[in-house]
Design a protein around this ligand. Structure first.
Ligand SMILES: Cc1cc2nc3c(=O)[nH]c(=O)nc-3n(C[C@H](O)[C@H](O)[C@H](O)COP(=O)(O)O)c2cc1C
Length: 244
């Protein structure tokens, strides 16, 4: 280990190898396993180093239950972008995870509903999130908030808080027939997710006039808009690789 002067004239330690390159505050975070490389150096000391994740696992879903949802179409396109960038994407429909409205009495008596447990396990086994949410009365959907509330709960005393969210990366999208494209809902969603440990990409894509922008194949007609969506998804994959 060498000592050399740092920017303030203080001695800084520099190691040739042995120190994981992973940021200290993320090292002990709960979540999917990260690949490691281990070995023994010439002095017989063992070392390990995080290897950059080639294929991050990304969970993609819309905050709408509606069969013809624009946000479901949008997140599907984002999922394609993430796959093209090398991610393993799991595209889910919140309709397959029905939950009662969060009620702490119900939680005290019965614990988490099965669907909440399944959704929480999915969050835990993925590194990043692609979310497209509708805007309802200037906020994101109640269905999405209800799901977040349920899966934010711990299932036993050993479980660290917010395991479903801590250290996940996330890119946000929205679509609406209105002229703002649902972006006001994303302000609230960004706030909530940021407060529970999710690292959000600063960029987001909101699609206004969504009722006119999708073709019969449920794809975006305008290739530039499509490119913005897939581009943001690709960026999420790159950032997720770097952080894991
Ligand atoms: C209760 C309710 C409130 C809504 N509020 C807004 C709103 O504040 N802003 C907006 O752009 N659209 C609003 N809409 C219209 C939705 O954006 C539209 O129904 C959209 O298609 C829903 O997303 P989805 O297609 O993914 O289901 C609202 C719709 C409902 C049902």
């Amino acid at each position: 280990m060498d000592k050399k002067p740092g920017p303030m004239g203080l001695a800084m330690e520099s190691r040739t190898f042995g120190a994981p390159k992973f940021p200290r505050h993320l090292k002990s975070r709960p979540g999917p396993a990260r690949p490691k490389k281990c070995g023994v150096d010439l002095q017989g000391r063992t070392w390990q180093r995080w290897i950059m994740l080639e294929n991050p696992r990304i969970l993609a879903f819309a905050g709408s239950l509606r069969a013809g949802s624009f946000n479901k179409r949008l997140v599907k396109i984002a999922a394609e972008g993430a796959r093209e960038a090398g991610a393993e994407v799991t595209l889910i429909d919140l309709r397959d995870f029905p939950m009662p409205l969060f009620d702490q009495d119900l939680e005290d008596s019965d614990g988490l509903p099965e669907s909440a447990k399944k959704l929480k396990a999915l969050f835990r086994s993925h590194h990043g999130l692609l979310i497209a949410s509708p805007e309802y009365n200037s906020s994101f959907s109640g269905v999405l908030k209800n799901s977040i509330d349920w899966i934010s709960r711990v299932e036993n005393a050993q479980e660290p808080p917010l395991v479903a969210f801590t250290g996940k990366t996330c890119a946000l999208f929205s679509a609406s027939p209105g002229w703002r494209g649902g972006l006001r809902g994303l302000v609230h969603l960004r706030d909530v997710l940021g407060n529970i440990g999710v690292t959000l990409l600063p960029e987001e894509v909101s699609i206004p006039a969504a009722d006119e922008l999708f073709d019969d194949e449920e794809d975006l007609k305008d290739h530039r808009t499509r490119k913005r969506v897939t581009g943001l998804a690709r960026k999420l994959v790159e950032i997720t690789r770097k952080l894991n």
